[in-house]
Design a protein around this ligand. Structure first.
Ligand code: PEP
Length: 248
């Protein structure tokens, strides 16, 4: 069986001002210095306004930097957007793409997400591609079919498996305090690998949605789960580090 590296990714979403964001990053950098996350990766994705100050705090630490979105183009007349190259300039190595809050709140289609994946990889970023079904789809028994189709449509015709992470994030689990059963996560991650074809065994497939220090134990122990994308619980240094520590 392929050996896949584990990874824990913090999605701060639109949270944090300069003072609180720098404090959280400082707390995390101290934890990383004390606990040395070796053999697995810890990534923090702050809002754009915090990328630079957080990059300065994390410089030289074991924690890597990511962003929450990027545009498909390198530069141009795209008011309010940011390019993958600009994220690289500021020290990012990762970018979250196709999060359900972008798909549902900004009308992002899977085809658009696929273009972003191509742009991100072209710039040298690892693309964290989010996929997930809503509750009616899960309840009707169509989750696996929906997610595998959404994933295929969210990937460009050519992509680098070495800079791709797939995050299975059921929309109904995000911020709700509920998670799928462990066998449902295991089944979905297996289906995602199958949909990826020959490279499915080497791509990191992670779970996201209401992960807490408590729920992370069982989920992160699943053989198909290579880590987690953490929203709300990533805003607390102790809680987030307790989740990251599960990778040991
Ligand atoms: C997310 O939105 O990526 C997420 C995982 O959120 P939460 O952990 O808050 O459910």
């Amino acid at each position: 069986m392929a050996h896949r590296r584990k990874i824990v990714i913090a999605n701060w979403k639109m949270h944090g001002r300069i003072t609180s964001g720098v404090q959280l990053a400082t707390d995390l950098a101290q934890k990383a210095a004390a606990h040395k996350p070796e053999g697995y990766d810890v990534v923090v994705c702050p809002p754009y306004s915090l990328l630079w100050p957080v990059a300065e705090v994390l410089a030289g630490s074991h924690i890597k930097l990511g962003a929450q979105d990027c545009h498909t183009a390198n530069h141009g007349a795209y008011t309010g957007d940011i390019s993958a190259g600009m994220l690289v300039d500021i020290g990012c190595q990762y970018v979250i793409l196709g999060h359900s809050e972008r798909r549902n709140g900004h009308g992002e289609t899977s085809q658009f997400v696929a273009e972003k994946v191509a742009a991100a990889q072209q710039a040298g970023l690892t693309a964290i591609v989010c996929v997930g079904e809503d509750r009616p789809t899960r309840e009707s028994g169509g989750a696996v079919e929906f997610v595998t189709k959404q994933l295929k449509e969210s990937l460009p015709s050519r992509y680098q498996t070495s800079s791709l992470i797939v995050a299975y994030e059921p929309v109904w689990a995000i911020g709700s305090g509920t998670t799928p059963a462990e066998n449902e996560i295991q089944e979905m991650h297996g289906a995602i690998r199958k949909a990826l074809g020959a490279t499915g065994e080497v791509v990191q497939v992670i779970y996201g949605g209401s992960i807490t220090p408590h729920t992370s134990a069982g989920i992160m122990a699943l053989s198909q789960v290579d880590g987690t994308l953490v929203g709300g619980a990533s805003l607390n240094a102790d809680g987030f580090w307790a989740i990251a520590d599960r990778c040991r």
